[in-house]
Design a protein around this ligand. Structure first.
Ligand code: SF4
Length: 356
């Protein structure tokens, strides 16, 4: 069968978090500008863009697997096109932190590497949803938690201009969008780098005034940047009464090793304060089990904290060392079996019968 359509087609495979999903919406615009149209499936694409995640080893392994599958299947020419040249494979996202030279050696099948500058906030996204929109408000992180690749993959915190965000949300409201989710790796530290400095709570209040927008959510917040004025702004009627506040561990020694800037006691008092102000709030969190040096007692402290908080949902990860991070040098001394056991304990404790 000969291809009838002359217009080339792209397909984007997105791994990882919501920030990547939002990036993919801008990558779609980039490809539209390059003269491509969206392929209905990966099989009919002339170019496959893989927007990668580097947060866990398993996420990277899935990317390697996909590239292998794409190129193997295509080089065997046994599938979806006759005389098929394999599609162009383009890599974007957090794995670019390894640098193009290294990646070229490791993944010679990749034809092009997209850097964040190629799909900056100036590109209007091609949105995939009709009533809900992702709105990135900042990029990067300054915190350097010892296990995390984000500051290396996405750079230091860079907030978008206040006016630009308001303008975008007003436009979304006019287009019929009713729900928005503000995105940032460290969303509640929004505006610290702007001149004049802006506050995340002011952004929430301003967006709250926009007619047509009925629900405003935001992810991901850090406990140490969750100020009293942000808590007050969550009380506004359109702000989602669900707060995702990653705790990572309930043990002070481990929190210190992770370079998290709070103790278990501080985290708990913050939760109490939030619940006092907004009793109906739902709480979710991220937890890493099996971080280097996490003894059984340290893990029990996490269990205790979780019982005290009563999270509605938790995203629990088994620690995996990430090259380039500070914790990569720590001894990964909790066995895979024990990590799995700890993961199961928390899953059963928190995620059974959750209502979020
Ligand atoms: S605050 Fe979040 S994004 Fe930033 S380094 Fe820590 S875990 Fe990573």
């Amino acid at each position: 069968m000969v291809k009838l359509l002359t217009m080339k087609k792209y397909f984007i495979k997105t791994f990882g978090c919501q920030a990547n999903k939002a990036d993919s919406e801008r990558i779609a615009r980039l490809y539209q500008k390059r003269g491509y149209q969206l392929a209905k499936s990966i099989r009919e694409a002339d170019v496959v863009i893989i927007n990668t995640c580097s947060v866990r080893e398993s996420a990277e392994n899935r990317v390697y697997g996909l590239i292998r599958n794409l190129t193997r299947r295509l080089s065997a020419q046994t599938g979806y096109t006759l005389n098929a040249e394999r599609p162009k494979v383009v890599l974007a996202g957090c794995m670019l932190r390894y640098g193009v030279t290294t990646l070229k050696k490791k993944l010679p099948q990749v034809d092009e590497f997209l850097r964040v500058e190629d799909y900056s906030f100036d590109l209007p996204p091609i949105r995939t949803e009709k009533t809900h929109a992702w709105v990135p408000i900042m990029e990067g992180c300054n915190n350097f938690c010892t296990y995390c690749v984000v500051p290396y993959a996405r750079g230091r915190e860079k907030s978008r201009s206040f006016d630009e965000i308001i303008c975008e949300v007003k436009k979304l409201a006019k287009q019929g969008y009713q729900e928005i989710t503000l995105l940032g790796q460290n969303v509640n530290s929004y505006g610290k780098d702007l001149k004049p400095r802006k506050k995340f709570s002011d952004l929430l209040r301003e967006i709250h005034k926009i007619r047509g927008i009925e629900k405003i959510s935001f992810i991901t917040s850090n406990p140490w940047d969750l100020t009293e004025d942000i808590v007050q702004s969550i009380k506004l009627s359109k702000i989602d009464k669900h707060l995702h506040l990653p705790v990572q561990s309930g043990d002070d020694k481990i929190l210190k090793e992770m370079n998290r800037k709070y103790t278990a006691k501080k985290y708990l008092s913050l939760i109490n304060q939030i619940r006092k102000e907004i009793p109906e709030i739902k709480m979710s969190t991220d937890i890493i089990v099996g971080f280097p040096g996490e003894t059984k007692e340290a893990f029990e402290n996490t269990v205790k904290l979780c019982k005290k908080v009563g999270f509605d949902k938790a995203y629990i990860a088994k620690y995996s060392p990430r090259p380039g991070t500070a914790a990569y040098r720590f001894k990964d001394d909790v066995s895979p079996q024990e990590k799995k056991r700890r993961w199961r304990v928390l899953e059963e404790l928190i995620n059974n019968d959750n209502t979020i």
